[in-house]
Design a binder for this molecule. Sequence first.
Ligand code: THU
Length: 137
Amino acid sequence: MNFQTIIEEAKAQTQKAYAPYSNFKVGCAVLLENGVIIGGNNQENAAYPSGLCAERVAVFYAKSQYPDTAVSAIAIAAFQDGNFTAKPINPCGACLQTLLETEKRQETPVKLILFGQDNTHIINSIRECLPIHFNFQ
Ligand code: THU
């Protein structure tokens, strides 16, 4: 799979975000090992903590529909003030903890593709981003 396909889907997903409070539209595309691509975007709420980041919208939906199918890669893009961001944006800590659990559950790495207009950052596993994380003992 060419990552350009999921980058384009993440970019398209930004346009369907519901972000009237931050005006920061995040799009996410989850590539499953069977080739299916699931999209998601941030969904905000007037009671701020009730909203959810694009990554968790996409990955929770993907795992709710394909619980036994591994995630191969996740692309993320953001749109602000009429443009895609110049620099890639990184997932927040809560999203990383969620993505890490997906990776642990399937025992294979999830690639992160972080799109920016100036440069796109590729990270080979979520574990690299969150070396110290919460674990049940
Ligand atoms: N946001 C995401 O969707 N993903 C992240 O990893 C960080 C932030 C959203 C949450 C909120 O709707 C907006 O971006 C501004 O924080």
